[in-house]
Design a binder for this molecule. Structure first.
Ligand code: HEC
Length: 151
């Protein structure tokens, strides 16, 4: 009878492991919340994706990527910023930035832009998800250039 008990334990552990590792639980869609409701945590979490290139503290990587801390473009008109995060930017650095239109929701883009506009001493206004929705609707093919953005 002991082996039956052992079998039950093994099957139950496998089922629990499968449940814990199932993509449905780990890849659940992020909730569509406004950055005002989400607070700075959502923006900070999304910034982890930007940090590889723009650095801890938004300092950028010398000769490679622009810093976001103390950058007048980052605290200025939010529209060009939304466009850059949606579709990317080229022509101003050794490598282009690829856009996040496919990876991030409007609420996530609003949250991360609100975060970079209000962190590291930056004092920009928050970015609303509706502003991102409007820019997404005015679709653009390829990456933007600074000239196209009026920068
Ligand atoms: C794979 C590297 C990479 C990632 C990831 C990345 N960027 Fe960039 N980003 C760049 C590069 C390179 C540029 C400059 C491109 C150019 O000027 O041609 C740039 C430019 C920018 C600019 C314009 C700054 C300026 O002064 O011109 C902003 C704003 C920006 N990125 C925000 C973000 C945000 C927010 C994220 C995360 C959602 C992000 N980036 C993710 C590489 C990256």
């Amino acid at each position: 009878m002991r082996w039956v008990l052992l079998l039950v334990v093994v099957v139950a552990s496998a089922a629990i492991a499968a449940w814990l590792l199932s993509p449905a639980t780990s890849q659940a869609a992020p909730p569509a919340v406004s950055p005002a409701v989400a607070g700075p945590e959502l923006g900070q979490r999304i910034y982890a994706r930007c940090q590889a290139c723009h650095g801890v503290g938004g300092l950028g990587v010398s000769g490679m990527t622009p810093g976001l801390a103390g950058n007048p473009r980052v605290v200025g008109d939010p529209r060009p910023l939304i466009r850059v995060v949606l579709h990317g930017l080229r022509g101003g650095a050794k490598m282009p930035m690829v856009g996040f239109a496919q990876q991030l929701s409007d609420a996530e883009i609003a949250a991360v832009l609100t975060y970079v506009r209000q962190t590291w001493g930056n004092a920009g206004s928050p970015v609303e998800p509706a502003a991102v929705t409007a820019e997404r609707a005015a679709s653009h093919s390829g990456q933007w250039t600074a000239a196209e953005l009026g920068w």
